[in-house]
Design a protein around this ligand. Structure first.
Ligand code: ATP
Length: 329
């Protein structure tokens, strides 16, 4: 069984405009609404890749006033709904894309989660004993303690010591976990999240990312995969004698690259479900990200497209780095 945990999902509204100017009245050309939430997206992709057979469960919180769309989306893709309904509404996140393709985002903070609700989620996690892959996705809902994801990791490990845990978050929530004792097996920052974590501007260039990956903060994380959009990525694998890899991918004409990072998490989970490790997991992550980028729907892949990328060394080439440069201080 695979599990995704989303404490702060969202319903995303995307507006297309010709012009967007701050301080002025702007008009839309069109808009659409999609079910968001990084774990909801990752679970959908993992479910598609493992055959839509209810072997992925989604946990977390949804505001009950407008939870129907999220629940329907889970059902549609064969994801088992274990979301806890809390009072109020699930937050909305707004994206405005102007005629030049420039994006402006405005994200609501999300519903407050009480200590009782947080404990209910931890209890629900401990009731599962057959997990082989778990992802913890996105920002922490308001009011949850900064170390909540460490508590989640500990709770998963108590009953599922063999489960591999993937953490996909950023900012203080990520830092808090990396500074603690309960560490995930995988993290997947993009270069922006990496820069924020290390409080330095890591340019999206493979050698710079590689140097950043040698920072001691990653020492005890077995798998760190930095995604760089169409430029592929860089990975660190192993703890005692880490190996570093450059991942080259074929650049695709993106239809909608939104949610490609979430799709990567879905790809990782699906590979874990099939008992894959290291390089195969990296390849699955990349193939899922690429397969998402060529779709219009956010956080969605066609399994056939995923398989085509996965099996092609021309589309995804993972190459070990022999000479390792000096780390960024
Ligand atoms: P998001 O926050 O939108 O979920 P992200 O910033 O976490 O995404 P990116 O690094 O932008 O993630 O992209 C994730 C992966 O998607 C890349 O590693 C790559 O596999 C794939 N990808 C994205 N855009 C393209 C593209 N134009 N061509 C090929 N692959 C792409």
């Amino acid at each position: 069984m695979l599990l995704t945990i989303t404490t702060n999902p969202s319903i995303d509204v995307v507006y297309q405009t010709n012009f967007f100017k701050l301080g002025q009245t702007n008009r839309e050309v069109s808009h659409y609404q999609v079910i968001g939430g990084k774990g909801i997206n990752a679970g959908r992709v993992a479910s598609i890749l493992t055959g839509n057979k209810e072997n992925v469960a989604a946990m977390g919180f949804v505001g009950r006033d407008n939870s129907a769309g999220i629940i329907q989306d889970l059902q549609e893709y064969g994801v088992v709904n274990k979301m806890i309904q809390v009072p109020g509404k699930t937050r909305f996140c707004y994206t405005i894309i102007d005629g030049k393709g420039q994006k402006t985002e405005l994200n609501e903070v999300g519903q407050q989660i009480s200590t009782e609700e947080a404990n209910q989620l931890l209890e629900q996690i401990s009731s599962l004993t057959n997990l082989n892959g778990v992802s913890i996705n996105g920002s922490l809902a308001p009011n949850l303690p900064e170390n909540f994801y460490s508590q989640v990791i500990r709770t998963v490990r108590e009953k599922n010591p063999r489960a591999k845990i993937v953490l996909d978050t950023s900012g203080a929530a990520l830092k808090s976990v990396l500074m603690g004792k309960d560490l995930p097996d995988y993290i997947k920052p993009n270069s922006e999240e990496l820069s924020e974590l290390l409080a330095t501007d890591v340019v999206e260039e493979k050698n710079a990312v590689l140097s950043a990956l040698m920072n001691p903060i990653f020492k005890n994380i077995p798998n760190v995969l930095v995604s760089m959009g169409a430029h592929g990525g860089v990975a660190k694998v192993g703890i005692e004698t880490p190996r570093y890899y450059k991942i080259k991918i074929s650049s695709q004409l993106a239809v909608n690259p939104e949610g490609s990072g979430d799709a990567m998490i879905g790809g990782i989970l699906s590979a874990l479900a099939y008992g894959k490790s290291n390089i195969d997991v990296i390849r699955a992550a990349m193939a899922a990200g690429m397969a998402n980028a060529v779709e219009a729907k956010t956080g969605f892949v066609q399994k056939s497209t995923f398989n085509r990328f996965l099996r092609s060394d021309k589309d995804i080439h993972v190459q070990i780095i022999k000479a390792v440069p000096t780390p960024i201080k």
